[in-house]
Each structure stands twice: as structure tokens, then as C-alpha cells.
Design a binder for this molecule. Structure first.
Ligand code: NA7
Length: 539
């Protein structure tokens, strides 16, 4: 017999977003239960155990700000934390705030069905049980549905295959093996140098070369950590305005002489990390300014990579710098100087099929024992559209979004009352430090639920006009930037058949937060607040 569990809120996912959502709801007195497909907390940081996995936001920033004690007690060891350290941090948070007791692990949500009369969601899981909740909070991740390319012959491969985003929790033997890495985004460029150090032969299959900025990672000086912690309040407040703290420039790339420009790029290149894209204030918006930065990086690639043919293949030429997520790596281009590393440009030499012992391109067969897929994700919408979510009148979310993810403020989509999405499409999401974005969304949602409780309102939906206006604003903002000039996962371009819509809000975190705050202050302008007929009858 099906057991129905009743809660105020259901939270999907136990990564940074899900954990903080559970904590925030409990703090405000709501009953809440979470679901997580993995056997532990961590989200992307649970699954991305590939060699070299590391965050490209500095450790001191990539952490929760909601607890002063937490931010003071945790010690980071490196400037950019590696996956095991981030996962340890997330586990520490879960233990410290005793959150695991509210989560069903190894449990995947299969469906969420809205009941209009009762104004509640019925959620079913792959364990066959049923959950009844007033609110659904989707903390299912922006980059959590890994994509394997549709390559013929893949099932015939005799060796092992792994995806960076589903890396098994056991050693994967690549030492002295012939390894192929397919994909050169942030994950591929991190894994390639580490695998190359031990592999007998590493063959990299590249479709699009990427701009990779050196991380200049290293141990985090005790003194720096101490100083930063003493000023945490200041830095966190600033992060709430800008997303991630960089050294922002006040002038454009073409407002200075060429010598000044190059000097600035050199300084930023030596500094390491995403700071490079902020060398000037118009790199994301002005094609001519962007080209000066791109030319600088291409010159660096040519100076690092000894073989000129390989260097040319590694130079990105089909998209502006930063329009695909900029990559931050260590020894990436240097790795191609190793005698055991080869680069295959699959645009000039496409993969024809996978054979039992290797990868066949239009030119030859490359023998391999292990294939590492660093081929990315069905980003932003994938984790939601693969669940059977049905809103008012039985409409499926995947049908509503079949031309792109329409929503209001990135928080809710019309026709799916009482369902909130954390850092999904329509919000700044991956364009800012994810944890800053997560805290903002969770706090906003939690305060919204308190408001509804106080006013005895049990149903919140979106006005279709407000949704249309928000979608138009998101598009207008994106059109002012160079982000729309690349075939990136921001646009769904990496998934064949996915609608090509720029999914993130590029208007800036400060403006976004102000809009969300104003909406809340104006009694949730653009939302429809109501009581169910059933409840009205009972009154
Ligand atoms: P990304 O950034 O989506 O990178 C995936 C890479 O895989 C990219 O180079 C793709 O080339 C390549 N790819 C995808 N499909 C194929 C096929 N079918 N054949 C060959 N190559 C393919 O994912 P990551 O995991 O690296 O990073 C995701 C985010 O995580 C990153 O932005 C950070 O925010 C952290 P393409 O560029 O599409 O031509």
C-alpha cells in the first residue's frame, strides 16, 4: 500500500541549493523533506570526482554566508578548492546543521502532479512512495544531467567509459593506459593535464577550442584567510551586488593605448582566473574590445604550444572570449607539449564510430582502453524536464517549455503554482557565484512562503503577462552582450534539438536582486495569490 507523507515543502536535490533550502525552511518553522538520487549530499560536487576537478571561483568566496560561525570555522587549503575539499565542506554543513535526517537518499523523484482543488503537489519517487506537499522547491541543479554523445558503436567498446559528471566513487585506472578525452570545456581542460601525467597515451578529441586562463592555483596563505575572514561581512555584501568578486575595470579596452592594454592583459594573465575577462569593462559587450583580449590569449597559446599546427588547432576563433564559459586551468596548453599527448580536431577529422578497441575518425583508428566523456550537460532545464511535472489542467512542464523555458524572475513558471526553481533558467544562475545566487533565491522563496502563511494564502502562480515581460527582458539583456554569439550550453546549443534560447539573466545580480525585492515589496507583483476553493468552503 502506498504511504502518503505530508509536508509543507518538498525539496529536490541535496547539493548547495537543496541543503540551504531545507535549512531555511526549517528555520522558519515549515515541515520539509528532501530527495537526493545520490547516496550522500553534494550535488554536482558529489558526482564530479574526475581527476583535476576544481572550482573556478576562489574558495574564500565559494562558501555559504548564512552562518557567521560556519564561515569563520571552516579552513580552506587552496586558492581554488579541489572537489574533495568542497565535498568535505558540504558534508560539514549538512552535519553541522543536522540536515541529513530530512533527506531521503538514493531516491529519485519521478513525478510531481499539481492538484488544483487542494492546491498541493503529489510527488512520487522511484521507491514507490507518495508525498503530499504544499510547495515544491526544485534544487535539482543547473548542470546535473550529463550528456553522452550519440556515437555509433559505443556499446561495442571493450574498454571502460566514464563521464566527468558521473565519475564513479572508485579508482579509475588510467595510469599506463591509452586514454581518450572527448570534450574540451571546463571539465575536459581540468582533467586533461592530470590524466596526461600518468596515461601511456592521451588523445584529446576537440570540437571547439576554448579560451583557457591559467588558474595560478596554490596553497591559501594563512594570513590572507585570516584577513579575509575578519572582513567577511564587507566581502559578502559586495558579492551580493556583483555575484563574484573580481577586480572590475572602469575603462574600455579601446580607451587605452595598445601598450597599456597588453600590460593590463599580462598583469591579469599573471594574476590568474576569471579576473582576466574583467581586464576592461566592455569585454562581454563590445566585439572589437573582445577581439583584443582574444588575440592576446591566442598569442599566449602560440607561445606556449611548441608544435605550430597543434597551437593553431587550440586557438579559439569561432566565438568571442567569455561568450562560452571561460575556462580556468592549470598547465592546459603546456600539456600538448608532452610526447604522450595528441590533439584531434574533430571538425576536420570527425569521429565516425567507436570500435571495440578504439575510436575511428574519418582518417584513422585511435586505439584506446578508456574513454573519458567531458561532453557536458543538458544544462538548466534538463533536470526539470526529465521529471514528469504536471501543473494546472495537466499541462506537462516539458511541453510548456518545448520552445524554451518561460518563467517569471527565473523563480516560477505560469501554470505550475507553488513550484519554485533555484538558480534555474531566467535567473543569473551560472553567470554569478552559484552560492550567492542560491542564497538569494532560497531567502526570497522562504520569505515568500512566510508571507503566504501570514496572509493565509495557499496558492501562488504567475500572471502570464508578467512572465512574457520577464522573458522579453531576459532576451533584451542578452542581446546587448556577446553571450549570444557562441554555441554554448547557455543557449542549449550543445544538445541536439534543444530550443535555442539564451537562458540566463545577464542584467547583473544587483539589478536582479532589486527587481526581486521590489516585486516582493509590492505584494508579489506579477504573481497571482489566491486561496483554493476547498479551503474557502471550509472557512
Ligand atoms: P561544457 O562546457 O558543455 O563542455 C563540453 C565539451 O564537450 C565541449 O568542448 C563540447 O564541444 C564537447 N562536446 C559536446 N558534445 C560533443 C560531441 N558530440 N562530440 C564532441 N565533443 C562534444 O561542459 P563541462 O562539463 O566542461 O563544463 C560545464 C560547466 O561546468 C562549465 O561551464 C562550468 O560552469 C562548470 P562544443 O563546445 O559544444 O563544440
Amino acid at each position: 500500500m502506498r504511504v502518503t507523507h505530508k509536508y509543507d515543502a518538498i525539496v529536490l536535490g541535496a547539493g548547495f541549493a537543496g541543503l540551504y533550502a531545507i535549512h531555511a525552511m526549517r528555520q522558519r518553522g515549515f515541515s520539509v523533506h528532501g530527495f537526493e538520487a545520490a547516496d550522500d549530499v553534494g550535488g554536482v560536487w558529489y558526482w564530479n570526482r574526475y581527476p583535476g576537478a576544481r572550482c573556478d571561483v576562489e574558495s574564500l568566496q565559494y562558501s555559504f554566508s548564512f552562518s557567521k560561525e560556519l564561515e569563520q570555522e571552516w579552513e580552506w587549503s587552496e586558492r581554488f578548492a579541489a572537489q574533495p575539499e568542497i565535498l568535505a565542506y558540504i558534508k560539514h554543513v549538512a552535519d553541522r546543521f543536522d540536515l541529513c535526517r530530512y533527506i531521503s537518499f538514493e531516491t529519485r523523484v519521478e513525478s510531481a502532479i499539481w492538484d488544483e482543488d487542494r492546491a498541493r503537489w503529489t510527488v512520487t519517487t522511484d521507491r514507490g512512495d507518495e508525498w503530499d506537499a504544499a510547495f515544491c522547491i526544485m534544487a535539482s541543479g543547473s548542470l546535473s544531467v550529463s550528456r553522452l554523445p550519440d556515437l555509433s558503436g559505443l556499446t561495442t567498446f571493450k574498454g571502460e567509459t566514464v563521464h566527468t559528471g558521473m565519475w564513479p566513487d572508485r579508482p579509475i585506472a588510467y595510469a599506463n593506459k591509452k586514454v581518450a578525452v572527448i570534450g574540451t570545456g571546463s571539465s575536459g581542460i581540468q582533467a586533461i593535464p592530470v590524466i596526461a601525467e600518468q596515461a601511456k597515451q592521451l588523445t584529446v578529441f576537440q570540437r571547439t577550442p576554448n579560451f583557457v586562463i591559467p588558474a595560478r592555483n596554490g596553497p591559501l596563505a594563512q594570513e590572507k584567510q585570516k584577513t579575509w575572514k575578519a572582513q567577511y561581512e564587507h566581502w559578502r555584501a559586495r558579492a551580493r551586488e556583483v555575484g563574484t568578486l573580481y577586480e572590475f575595470a572602469s575603462q574600455g579596452a579601446l580607451d587605452v593605448t595598445e601598450a597599456e592594454r597588453i600590460a593590463e592583459y599580462e598583469r591579469r594573465w599573471a594574476m590568474g582566473g576569471v579576473n582576466f575577462v574583467h581586464s576592461f569593462n566592455n569585454i562581454y559587450t563590445d566585439a572589437a574590445a573582445n577581439k583584443t583580449a582574444a588575440d592576446f590569449v591566442r598569442a599566449k597559446i602560440r607561445s606556449i604550444v611548441k608544435d605550430p599546427t597543434t597551437a593553431e588547432k587550440l586557438c579559439p576563433t569561432d566565438h568571442p572570449l567569455g561568450s562560452k564559459r571561460i575556462c580556468v586551468g592549470s598547465n592546459y596548453f603546456e600539456t600538448y607539449n608532452r610526447s604522450n599527448v595528441a590533439l584531434i580536431d574533430i571538425r576536420e577529422e570527425p569521429i565516425v564510430e567507436i570500435q571495440p578497441d578504439g575510436i575511428k575518425t574519418s582518417r584513422q583508428v585511435y586505439p584506446v582502453d578508456l574513454i573519458v566523456f567531458a561532453t557536458g550537460y543538458d544544462a538548466l532545464t534538463g533536470a526539470l524536464t526529465r521529471i514528469n511535472i504536471h501543473g494546472r489542467n495537466g499541462v506537462a512542464l516539458r511541453d510548456k517549455w518545448n520552445k524554451g523555458p518561460k518563467n517569471y524572475l527565473g523563480l516560477m513558471t505560469a501554470g505550475f503554482p507553488n513550484m519554485f526553481v533555484i538558480t534555474g533558467p531566467g535567473s543569473p544562475s551560472a553567470l554569478v557565484n552559484m552560492i550567492v545566487g542560491i542564497e538569494h533565491h532560497v531567502d526570497w522563496i522562504a520569505e515568500c512562503l512566510v508571507y503566504l502563511r501570514d496572509k493565509e494564502i495557499d496558492r501562488i502562480d504567475v500572471e502570464p503577462e508578467a512572465e512574457d515581460q520577464w522573458v522579453a527582458h531576459v532576451n533584451e539583456s542578452a542581446d546587448k552582450t556577446l553571450f549570444v554569439k557562441a554555441n554554448s550550453w547557455y543557449l542549449g546549443a550543445n544538445v541536439p534539438g534543444k530550443p535555442r534560447v539564451f537562458m540566463l539573466y545577464t542584467g547583473g545580480l544587483k539589478k536582479y536582486r532589486e527587481i526581486c525585492d521590489d516585486v516582493a515589496k509590492a505584494q508579489y507583483r506579477g504573481f497571482q495569490l489566491s486561496q483554493t476553493t476547498q479551503r474557502k468552503r471550509a472557512l
